[in-house]
Design a protein around this ligand. Structure first.
Ligand code: PAF
Length: 277
């Protein structure tokens, strides 16, 4: 069942709620791959009803070209979701989510400001706004998000706490190709040559994390990872940072859970990844 309007979605969700059924939502922007399907399967196991939302959210793109180029593949996505299966796909047009006169934005500081927040101004406000709306529209009990977007996951965890949104946020393991590349809808934009080089991102940060665990200096290990990536043909390493896993603030305290996060450009495609340290 593909639903396009909030009224139709609400009617379905209300019925499920009235029957005492637990609803899981998997928010996506489509161009689905195994990573998204793993979220939907997890939701399938834990909830009575599963809704996947497919909405390329203009408010979280600070680069109009990126928004234009973002792959839109609803038919293929619906076929993939039928294999899970999910109970409903919510794929609204832009003016259903942001009708004329829309003026509200959820603004976040703290965990939303460094790294992706710094490189992509306004991005997390766009994410927080649409996730708040999607949680409200779907009346979900549980929301499923990939750890691939680690900072986004921390932002959503903070959002539901701060706004008392009654949704349990579930963070799911990053799904990787056999060569280590984290699955992403953007990977299809890599050339064949770029696709061969792309796993160097994961390999380089894994090596740096291991070196740090073995007592090497953080900065040195990170510098080496950046050099490895540039030598492999990455055009630009935007950041490789070791951060507190929850606050995303700089952390040199190995007793706290830490995360290494990276963003880099290859073939004109921006790739991100992260791992525990
Ligand atoms: O991770 C994504 O695909 C998006 O940021 C999300 C959570 C669906 C919000 O638009």
């Amino acid at each position: 069942m593909i639903l396009k309007t909030v009224d139709d979605l609400r009617a379905v969700a209300r019925g499920w709620r009235a029957a005492g059924e637990k609803i899981g939502v998997v928010p996506t922007m489509g161009a689905l791959h195994e990573g998204h399907l793993s979220l939907a399967r997890r939701a399938r196991q834990e909830c009575d009803r599963v809704i996947t939302t497919i909405f390329v959210n203009p408010k979280q793109f600070n680069n109009p070209d990126d928004l234009k180029k973002y792959p839109r593949t609803l038919e293929a996505d619906a076929e993939l979701l039928a294999t899970v299966p999910v109970d409903a796909i919510f794929a609204p047009p832009v003016d259903e989510v942001y009708p004329d006169g829309f003026i509200t934005t959820v603004t976040m500081q703290g965990v939303a400001t460094p790294l992706e927040g710094h490189m992509r101004p306004g991005h997390f406000d766009g994410v927080a706004t649409v996730v708040t709306k999607l949680f409200g529209m779907t009346m979900a009990d549980r929301g499923y998000f990939g750890q691939k977007d680690w900072q986004q996951l921390q932002v959503v965890l903070r959002l539901v706490r701060d706004l008392n949104i009654p949704v349990t946020v579930v963070g799911c393991e990053t799904i990787r190709e056999s060569d280590g590349l984290a699955m992403s809808s953007r990977n299809v934009r890599l050339t064949a040559e770029g696709r061969q080089k792309a796993p160097v991102l994961y390999a380089a940060i894994s090596r740096a994390a291991e070196d740090i665990r073995n007592g090497h200096a953080d900065r040195m290990a990170i510098r080496e990872a950046a050099e490895t990536m540039r030598e492999a043909g990455f055009e630009r390493v935007e950041y490789i940072e070791l951060r507190d896993a929850e606050t995303l603030m700089p952390s040199d305290d190995p007793r706290r859970p830490r995360r290494m996060l990276a963003a880099a450009w290859l073939d004109g495609v921006r790739l991100i990844d992260n791992i525990p340290v």
